[in-house]
Structures are given as C-alpha cells and as structure tokens.
Design a protein around this ligand. Structure first.
Ligand code: NOJ
Ligand code: CA
Length: 558
C-alpha cells in the first residue's frame, strides 16, 4: 500500500539501489558479475523494498576505470552480456515494479572509442582531433604539458601522443585516467552524439540517467593554468572559479538534455554526480529546467557527528529550497570507503584520495552499530535515498586485498601509494559458507577475493534473523513505504541536547538519533529502532522511529 500522494513524482521519494555490475551477481560463472546475474536477483531487490535500481556502466569498455572508460555507449560489454540482455533486464525490472537508471559518461570516452582511435592518426587541427582536447605542448620542443591541470587519479591531466613516425606529438587532456580522453563539448558533433545516446536508452525504457562528472564538461577558453602546485590533489569541492570545473557553460548542456527528457512520457530523470563547492553551486544544476536531482556527496562525506549531520541536512534542504528540487541522501557508493568501516574509525570523515589519515584502527562492531543508526536516520529524511549494494548486508571495506589484485587506476597512477576503490567493490556474498558465497553460481572465484568472514553476512545467513542488518533494511523500507509520515517534503527539528537529533515528520512520526555519550529518553510508540530501546531509553549510537502523537489514531489504522 503506497501512501505517497500520486501527484508526487516518483523520483522525489524513491529509494534507489546502486548496482556495480561486476560485483553484484555472476550469471555465467566466470567470476565477473553480469546482466543475467542481475536479472536473476531482481526478486531479491523487489523484496528488499527498493523502488529503482541504478546500474553502473555496462557499456563496451576496456575497463581501464571499471567501465567509466566507455568505447561505445550504444552497446553492452561482452563481459556483462548483450544489448538484448539489457533490454530484458529493463523489462523484467518494470514487470516487478522497479524503475531502471543507468550511467551516462559525457565528460570523457575511452582510448578505444572509434573517434579517439581516428583522432590519434589524424593531423593536428583536424576535425577528428577537434572532438577531443588536443594541444601542442609548452617548452621549446613541446615537451611540457599544455597547462598545469591535474588528473583525478594523480599526476598531470595531459598525455603526449606519438606520431606515425615515432616522434613525440601533441598532448591530449584527460581529467581522469589517460585511457579516458576528455571530449570537446564545444564541438557540435559531441553534443549531437550524446543527445542520440540519451534517446537510445530512453527509447529502450530506461527511466533515468546518472550523469558522471557532470561539472567537468565545459572548460575555460584557452585552457589557462589553474594554479595547481606540486602535490596538489583533485579536490573539486574546494575549487572556486576553476578553469576546469563547474563552469557556467555546462548549464546550457543540461537545459537541452532536460527538454529532451521532458519530451518523453513517464518522467525520465537525470541524477547528477556534481561535486562542487557548496550547496549554492550545486543548486544551479538543479534549476527547474536542468537536472532533476544530484547526489548529496556532502551528506555522504559527513562524519558521524550530530552537529555535522545537522548542518549537512539543513544546508541541503536550504540550498534546494530556492530551486524547488527534492533532496537526495546517500551513505556509500562505489568510489568511497564503505560506511561500516568509516564509522568504525576514530576519525569518521571522508577525505580526498590519499588524504585519509593512515593506519586508523577500525572497530567493525562500532561501525556496524552506527551504520544501523545511520540508515534509519537517512531513511527518515525527506527526499530520495541511494543505497549501495552490500550495505544492506552490513559489508565493510576490504582493506587487505592483496596488492596484485588491485585494479583501480589510482593504485598505479599514485605510484602504488593509494590503494584506491577496489575495497568497496568486492563481489557480494549471497549464500553458502565459503567464497564465492553464491556470487558465481558454479563456484568460479570472484574477480576480487571476498573475506572468509562474510560467511555470516550472506543474504542467506541474514534472511529471517530479526537482528540482522538485512532484516533492519527490509523492515525500514517497508515502513518508509507504508507509513504516511514519510511522505511530504518538510521536516521539523525539535530541541535536543548536544549529540542528539530529533526530527519530526508529519502524522506524528518522529526520528531520534542518539550520537551522544549517554542513553536518551524517547517516549512514544516505538515503530523501529536500530538497537533495543529499554525502559524508554534509546542507547548510544542508535536511531529510533516513534509515533509521538496518535490522537488521530495509531498507525496502521485497523
Ligand atoms: C565518477 C565515478 O563515480 C567514478 O567511479 C569514475 O572513476 C569517475 N567519475 C570518472 O568517470
Ligand atoms: Ca559473468
């Protein structure tokens, strides 16, 4: 029974489950997750209680950056299946009442993209090269990169080409790995091709697109230096007036995308990955004629601290009010340390790559307790929520992967000093007591090794155990769908002591999160809590959903 008024667009309240396809489920037993694997597990997701899935890139790709190096946006990589598999997945999901979002990666392609292959053999100044950002180098022989820009994965954002005669040639720009050349968004062919790609997937029934690196597409004319110094890291959320990020030119692109999406029936949406400096800059992407929503990376990066969370929530809602966009909330994704691990460290904040304080002890029990509290807090906020596969199982970051299995380009580009993001991408444990835990049904080894301790964390082991993370998620998602208090777009902060967050929603629904150092009394009718509430007191590092006002009749009405 859904109690969300039917006039509320689906994407204002949806819970969206992120699938990293290589690591979700393997359908052909080669140790790599794929689309048939996802199809086989759709009933699990329906029963979990989510509204939609978002599938990370599944396109043809050499996989230099886990598929974010796209060689062909209109085809599926053979490791994941075929275009027909993708179409079947979209149809199956719809038949189960799940919507489907996929990635679009507009800032850059792959070095295997036919346009880039053609550009490399074409002459400087040619139309082929103009689809990318090729430039002559600086210095007497062009031996210096054209400017000081840096790559998100470390080092310069420029790589020099070699001519057919084996001589050093022009340089090309890549804000990410060298295998990911940046497109030139001033080139009309690039714009037209991406509009055709959007149509290609909307025509196949996809309900939404997640826009990768959405703030990167426009670059300052002349590509001037940004003023980076030696050792500077890629910290886009701190950049102001940068020549490579968050330029005004991006907005006209999203305005044209929005009008394209609005031409389809049934509310096709965009969600932007837009790490920019503050909620005001973010809101510009969410004006009514641009992207529908964006990830709330500030919320994800908040430490487990009541003041910090309070201000992340308030700033989010205040920033979006001006443009009328709904909020989104998220705790983990395929780029960040899993939150069970983060919350189990003495310092719970997220840092840019390489800046995380090293060698912090992780207390997984503490992290798990906080993760349970965090999900109830997040799901009580007005807006839509993103879950990252495996968080519903309470999985932690695998921090001890052997070096030889690491695949994230960060590892290589940082000179083997920053391990990168593989630790949050380890394949899911579904069943059984030994790896691959039902990930590959025939028993093939998973592409990244799973910890043996995950035997207690499989879907099978947790199902039916009322104390498990999985059952907490299932119950919470059911309540969020059914209780009328979760609809609507406002929350009311109630006075509370330091370390405690008390949020009222409509219909007498209250969420209390206790991040203080002592138990906190929380009278009312308990709907759900992340730790047992004894004698009306909510323990430390716990969240409860309660009804405080049942004068109109307790929920559910009998
Ligand atoms: C953001 C994606 O989430 C990340 O995984 C990827 O490496 C970069 N964009 C580059 O596409
Ligand atoms: Ca496979």
């Amino acid at each position: 029974m859904s109690t969300v008024p039917s006039s509320t667009p689906w994407w204002h309240t949806a819970v969206i489950y992120q699938i990293y396809p290589r690591s979700f489920a393997d359908g052909n037993d080669d140790g790599i997750g794929d689309i048939p694997g996802i199809r086989s597990r759709l009933p699990y997701l329906r029963d979990l209680g989510v509204d939609a899935i978002w599938v990370n890139p599944w396109y043809r790709s050499p996989m230099a950056d886990g598929g974010y190096d796209v060689a062909d946006h209109r085809d599926i990589d053979p490791i994941f299946g075929t275009l027909a598999d993708a179409e079947h997945l979209i149809n199956d999901a719809h038949a189960l009442g799940l919507r489907v979002l996929i990635d679009v990666v507009p800032n850059h392609g792959s070095d295997a993209h036919p346009w880039f292959v053609a550009a490399l053999v074409a002459a400087p100044g040619s139309p082929e090269r103009d689809r990318f950002l090729f430039r002559d180098g600086r210095g007497s022989d062009g031996e210096q990169p054209p400017n000081d820009w840096i790559s998100a994965f470390g080092g310069s954002a420029w790589t020099r080409t070699t001519t057919a005669d084996g001589l050093p040639g022009q340089w090309f720009l890549h804000l990410f790995a060298p295998e990911q050349p940046d497109f030139n968004w001033d080139n009309p062919e690039v714009r037209a091709d991406f509009e055709a790609i959007l149509r290609f997937w909307f025509d196949r029934g996809v309900d939404g697109l997640r826009v990768d690196a959405a703030a990167a597409l426009a670059k300052a004319p002349g590509l001037p230096d940004a003023g980076f110094g030696p050792g500077d890291g890629f910290a886009a959320i701190t950049w102001v007036d940068s020549p490579l990020w968050d330029l005004d030119g991006v907005h006209e692109i999203y305005r044209s995308w929005r009008s394209l999406a609005d031409g389809y029936p049934g509310e096709k949406i965009f969600v932007g990955e837009v790490p920019v400096n503050g909620s005001q800059r973010l809101a510009r992407y969410l004006r009514p004629d641009e992207l529908h929503t964006a990830f709330n990376l500030d919320y994800l990066k908040s430490p487990w601290d009541a003041k910090a969370l309070h201000s992340a929530i308030t700033e989010t809602l205040d920033g979006l009010r001006a443009v009328g966009a709904p909020a989104t909330w998220v705790l983990s994704n395929h780029d960040e340390t899993r939150h069970v691990t983060r919350y189990g460290r003495p310092d719970t904040a997220v840092y840019p790559p390489g800046q995380q304080p090293l060698h912090q002890q992780v207390d997984l029990e503490l992290g798990t307790r906080r993760a349970r509290a965090a999900i109830l807090l997040m799901l009580a906020l007005p807006g839509s929520c993103y879950l990252y596969q495996g968080e519903e199982l309470g999985l932690w970051e695998v921090e001890d992967l052997p070096e030889k299995v690491l695949q994230d380009p960060t590892w290589k580009r940082s000179g083997h000093t920053i391990r990168g993001r593989d630790g949050c991408r380890v394949p899911l444990p579904w069943s059984g007591t030994r790896p691959p835990f039902g990930f590959a049904r025939g028993g093939a080894a998973a592409w990244l090794p799973q910890p043996g301790a995950w035997s207690d964390f499989t879907v099978e082991a947790q199902s039916g155990d009322p104390d498990s993370m999985l059952e907490l998620y299932r119950t919470a998602l059911r309540l969020r769908r059914e209780h009328p208090g979760f609809a609507g777009r406002v929350l009311h902060w109630q006075p509370a002591p330091d370390g405690v967050l008390v949020i009222d929603r409509d219909h007498g629904l209250r969420c209390v999160a206790n991040l203080s150092e002592q138990a906190y009394p929380c009278p009312g009718r308990l709907l759900l809590s992340s730790r047992p509430v004894r004698d009306g007191a909510l323990p430390v590092d716990a969240t409860a959903w309660i009804e405080i006002d049942t004068s109109g009749g307790a929920w559910p009405a009998s």
